[in-house]
Design a protein around this ligand. Sequence first.
Ligand code: NAD
Ligand code: DAU
Length: 352
Amino acid sequence: MKNLLVTGGCGFIGTGFIRYLLLNSDFKGRIINVDKITYAGNPDNLADIEKSNPERYVFKKADICDPDAITHAFKAYEIDAVCNFAAESHVDRSIVAPDAFIRTNIEGTFNLLEVSRQNSDRLVLFHHVSTDEVYGSLGSDGFFTEKTPYKPNSPYSASKAASDHLVRAYNKTYALPVTISNCSNNYGPYQFPEKLIPLMILNALEGKSLPIYGDGRNVRDWLFVEDHCRAVWEIMKGGTRGQTYNIGGRCELANIDTVTMLCGLLDEMVPKTDRTSHRDLITFIQDRPGHDLRYAIDCSKLEKELGWAPVETFETGLRKTIQWYLDNSNWVQRIKSGEYLRWVRQHYGNDE
Ligand code: NAD
Ligand code: DAU
């Protein structure tokens, strides 16, 4: 993998992945990051990398649905591997406006696969990053394995399921060398503050209410983002081509317990001046339509075949995450005010 095309590298996990590959891993090649820079993509995240690694990091603003732009990137940078993070990723947005999810997640993945097929003489790997949500919802027991039938419940998870099927089909039909990973809920630095954990951290710091959907008993399986990024890299290097690998933290928590724990850490790290607990800010609001009850990943295939295990516990990962948001108030301010998107439009033009 000399020239790795990473899509969606300006988003939360893509940023973590590029930082991990260039700063902490044994990857020796060059990364070409193609990102459309939607509301969720932020070039600020990699500005230091762009400066310090000009030979090993290239950024191109482009849409994965654009065949000409992707073909051009393949030819200009002699792409020999792809890691596809680009997606519309937020379930609540997919309920309100599913169109972009169908376009980016399904058509965009299809376009990447087609361009990869046309350049398959050089391609050593197409890795597709996906989600445990394709498996649907668990009851109170059991785990998702790689053999669990797909049963997606939201427009987001349905669009990711469709993209997984396309990737698998390109391996079966055209022998494209692919791997797929399906991961549980991530948290950590650079996460856009619409997702549960960063939203709760920033609301709590501002003394705003902490809105929990329904009764707060829905369960998610949490994984620190850097552990996910390391798993993706291990699969890219050593995973069997044509196979799927589940990634998870073995860290199941009901949402109310997650938020309560977060409030406890905030009370310790940034105590309120009136000494009341951040827990007092918790409010229960109307449930998400079609809200999946429980996700829990069995990641024993990844552990056994590739020797991967998470490094962070939920407590160490949450502490690091809170500290990151405290230390990066400038990043938060630019996100919340929309300043970074205004900068992107001035810098790259508005192609919306
Ligand atoms: P994100 O929303 O933070 O980032 C998505 C990135 O993709 C952004 O930089 C955005 O600008 C870019 N993008 C969107 N549409 C594009 C297009 N048409 N062309 C090019 N770039 C485009 O998402 P994330 O949380 O970093 O998730 C990354 C991937 O990991 C997604 O495929 C998601 O389904 C998957 N995943 C996420 C989680 C999680 O907990 N966040 C867990 C498992 C899997
Ligand atoms: O499981 C992997 C998936 O995790 C990824 O594929 C998605 O891209 C990612 O967004 C995430 O999906 P969720 O819907 O689980 O994440 P979210 O942070 O939106 O919500 C986590 C849980 O918290 C979920 O049960 C809904 C609940 N929630 C969320 C928000 C934003 C609340 O109770 N209140 C909130 O304000």
